[in-house]
Design a binder for this molecule. Sequence first.
Ligand SMILES: [Ca+2]
Length: 134
Amino acid sequence: MTSCEAMASSCPLLLLVLCSLTVAEAQLKVFNMRASNLPSSILGTTDSYVKGFCGSATLGKTSVRNNNPNPWWEEVFTHFKAEEKNILRLEVHDSDFIFDDLLGVCQRQIKLGTHEHDCFLEKGGTLHYTYTLG
Ligand SMILES: [Ca+2]
């Protein structure tokens, strides 16, 4: 065997090793988003929506649910390049005429599988959501 043949035959093995070292990208889906007992202000009941982020990526924004302390959102946030241990960040905002008010932030490191969470919001109320990574 020449040295050239020896190198060629070891190449597939090298590629295999390199491939197993890279982090696997997975699909993230956030769904079943709903909130309960959102606070009301002097301006009235909350008009809330959710903004989602995963790592440095923006996942999107739901529609605004007007005058509802117990809203739910049918939107699904999808991210095709998520990785295990990325930080999933969900922000609940109250839509107002001038400034939107941040009601609370939910952050967690994502894991493979389907997980359901309740997250207490800083200004009152709870955000419920489910995510699937895989
Ligand atoms: Ca409002």
